[in-house]
Design a protein around this ligand. Structure first.
Ligand SMILES: Nc1ncnc2c1ncn2[C@@H]1O[C@H](COP(=O)(O)OP(=O)(O)OP(=O)(O)O)[C@@H](O)[C@H]1O
Ligand SMILES: [Mg+2]
Length: 361
């Protein structure tokens, strides 16, 4: 899958700009605060319908303007697509080939991308939230049933938590078994698919990490162990877990177990990466996960996603940079950096200079 071009209007610090991409490596370079990440963000938005960093869509609108527009032409196995998003203060409109899209689920899967930004280091360094976010974005792009189960799970979970917050044991004991039947159905669907994708991802990530470090480091990723068995078995297990903890959940005022609390463990050379990994190791591990994601996209969808690497080269030493660039050959890559780095000098690439929200000829 490839992105042919990107058109921005009133998006972040861009007034009106069009960028053409080549099928291989695209290097977006320029000084700090010129709009490189903004450009990467726009690509991500068209893929997922969300921004990787803005809490609200309206932050994407250029200050002082009323709306922002992003559009792109893509080409994949199933032909060409025109993606379009218009963001206003009051809402947004998404069109694919001119047809209005109303469900979020329909945005995902039109343009696959794997996105790396310095924020991705939090995948290793931060709490479980970040790792769940990673899994959710990754699996949702590939599995519509996952996305739908996740949305429904979160909806029922919110209702369950509202019930717990009321702290009225009589109504709670009456209603919880009913909510939980529903909740566990979606929870099991989510947990099962996560386990499936993690088991695909883990060996790939270890392989790539070994390649990036010349075999000097071993990366190990393991899922929650409690979810062995079929979807039905997981559902029953979760149901009894919730049932045995009504009292605890009522006391806490929220649901303290389930896929919204799960985590994956990430170890480098047998040590918890969160506690012990260096900056470079953290970055390499996060990259290995992302590049493994690329491989799984290919396996599942039959074509490679667009790889967006925002500011990935800093903190990597020269050998790791070279290895990384080796891993991206054959992929359409959009890479941002502050100057055409040494390692990039000799590479065949489409170079785009950004200055003050404009492409410099
Ligand atoms: N809604 C907005 N309206 C106008 N300008 C904005 C808006 N949002 C962000 N900007 C500006 O866009 C500029 C460029 O941001 P961006 O993150 O793309 O920089 P960058 O080129 O990636 O820089 P760095 O190399 O430091 O990462 C920032 O100075 C920011 O103030
Ligand atoms: Mg940036």
């Amino acid at each position: 899958m490839r992105i042919k071009n990107l058109n921005l209007k009133n998006f972040r610090n861009y007034t009106e700009e069009s960028i053409n991409f080549s099928d291989g490596l695209n290097i977006i370079y320029g000084r700090n605060a010129q709009g490189k990440t903004n450009l990467a963000e726009a690509v991500y938005y068209l893929c997922t319908g969300t921004s990787p960093r803005a809490k609200r869509d309206k932050q994407l609108i250029r200050r002082g303007e009323e709306y922002a527009e992003i559009s792109a032409e893509t080409e994949g196995r199933y032909g060409k697509l025109e993606l379009y998003a218009r963001i206003c203060e009051t809402g947004r409109e998404i069109r694919i080939n001119g047809n209005k899209i109303s469900r979020n689920a329909d945005i995902l899967g039109n343009l696959f991308s794997v996105f790396f930004s310095p924020r991705e280091l939090r995948l290793i360094q931060d709490g479980p939230d970040e790792r769940r976010r990673f899994l959710n974005v990754f699996i949702s792009q590939l599995s519509r049933p996952y996305y739908i189960a996740l949305v429904r799970y979160n909806r029922v979970l919110e209702q369950r938590n509202n019930l717990l917050k009321d702290k009225n044991p009589d109504t709670a004991y009456d209603l919880l078994p009913v909510w939980d039947e529903e909740l566990c159905k979606y929870a099991a669907a989510v947990a099962c698919r996560r386990a499936e994708y993690i088991s695909r991802l883990a060996p790939r990530a270890s392989e790539i990490h070994a390649r990036l470090t010349d075999g000097s480091e071993e990366l190990k990723i393991s899922p929650e162990k409690k979810y062995a068995g079929s979807e039905e078995e997981i559902k029953n297990k979760l149901y009894s877990e919730l049932r045995n903890n009504y009292e605890r959940d009522l006391r806490l005022g929220f649901t303290a177990s389930g896929p919204h609390r799960d985590d994956i463990s990430i170890e480098i050379n047998g040590e918890d990466a969160k506690m012990y990994a260096s900056q470079g190791q953290t970055r390499t591990a996060a990259l290995s996960l992302k590049l493994a994601e690329v491989e799984i996209f290919k396996e599942v969808s039959g074509e490679y996603p667009v790889l967006v690497l925002d500011d990935v080269l800093s903190e990597l030493d020269l050998p790791r940079r070279k290895k990384l660039m080796g891993c991206t050959s054959g992929l359409q890559t959009v890479l941002t950096c502050t100057h055409a780095e040494r390692v990039l000098g000799g590479l065949d690439a489409n170079r785009i200079k950004i200055e003050g929200g404009k492409v410099k000829p």
